[in-house]
Design a protein around this ligand. Structure first.
Ligand code: ADP
Ligand code: MG
Length: 256
């Protein structure tokens, strides 16, 4: 799939709230098929960046291009139709619906939008539904939640619920995956599982991933490129090794 994954290019992105600049002229490029980590202390602007990328917040100025498309000002469902999927920092799966139904829902939306490949647009609705259910099962197995498909999401332990959200995002067959603190609150085993899933997605699907994460072990292991934000500004960017040894980064994390 990496053949049709365009670069994501963020240029001079600024987001202001009353009296507060959450993002201050931030630029970064996510190369197709790579994992680009965005790190920084709490309040640095990481979630705000995701909120702009997914159409939840409006940029005050600057641009976000995904291939030929300008994402700023686009509505969230249009951005999703372009193949941008997101998992939130906080749990977002509806708690009463079964995991399987939540995963299927994302797929049916995309079918209607015509985003899925022509191979999946089959004549009979029943046949189409069966194909989707098979794919949901496949993705659930890949993420390691196949035994939970029949349960309401609310019945799952926290870490498994987050894995189910990752599965839901993958069910949308994204070209760009935005992961906001995917391993936060997880057990050590769930963290390893999630890191393996993300690595597998990168290898197997060739899609681009923007990873916001505080777990530096996970960032160092998975990221091709790291951008460091502090108080809304980009203070460093480079390979994991480069930024780890950057004095400005060390200062930001130690709070001067
Ligand atoms: P991070 O995810 O890096 O911890 P956020 O992007 O959530 O940081 O927040 C960056 C700054 O913007 C913080 O000071 C936060 O309080 C502020 N902020 C985020 N969203 C809003 C909003 N909707 N209204 C006002 N301030 C906000
Ligand atoms: Mg955040």
């Amino acid at each position: 799939a990496s053949g049709d994954v365009p670069p994501l290019t963020i240029r001079d992105l600024t987001v202001r709230f009353a009296g507060l600049t959450a993002l201050d002229a931030v630029s970064l490029t996510v190369e197709p098929g790579t994992v680009h980590a965005v790190i920084g202390p709490n309040g640095a602007g990481k979630s705000t960046c995701f909120n702009v990328l997914s159409g939840v917040y409006r940029a005050t100025s600057g641009s976000v291009r995904f291939g030929p498309h300008e994402l700023t000002g686009m509505r969230p469902h249009r951005i999703a139709e372009l193949g941008v999927a997101r998992i939130f920092q906080n749990l977002a799966l509806p708690p009463r619906a079964t995991v399987a139904d939540s995963l299927l829902l994302g797929r049916h939306r995309l079918t209607r939008a015509g985003f899925l490949g022509a191979g999946l647009r089959l004549p009979s609705a029943a046949r189409e539904d069966r194909v989707h259910r098979e794919r949901v099962r496949e993705i659930a197995a890949f993420v390691g939640i196949e035994d939970q498909l029949g349960l309401p999401a609310g019945a799952l332990p926290y870490g498994q619920r987050k894995l189910a959200e990752l599965a839901r995002a993958l069910c949308m067959e994204p070209r760009l995956l935005l992961l906001d603190e995917p391993v936060a609150g997880m057990t050590a085993a769930e963290r390893r599982r999630t890191a393996a899933v993300i690595a597998g997605v990168r290898e197997g699907l060739g899609i681009s991933i923007v990873l916001v994460e505080h777990d530096m072990g996970v960032v160092m292991r998975l990221a091709d490129t790291v951008t460091v934000l502090d108080f809304g500004r980009r203070i460093a960017s480079g390979t994991p090794g480069d930024v780890q040894n950057d004095p400005a980064v060390v200062r930001a994390y130690l709070g001067q």
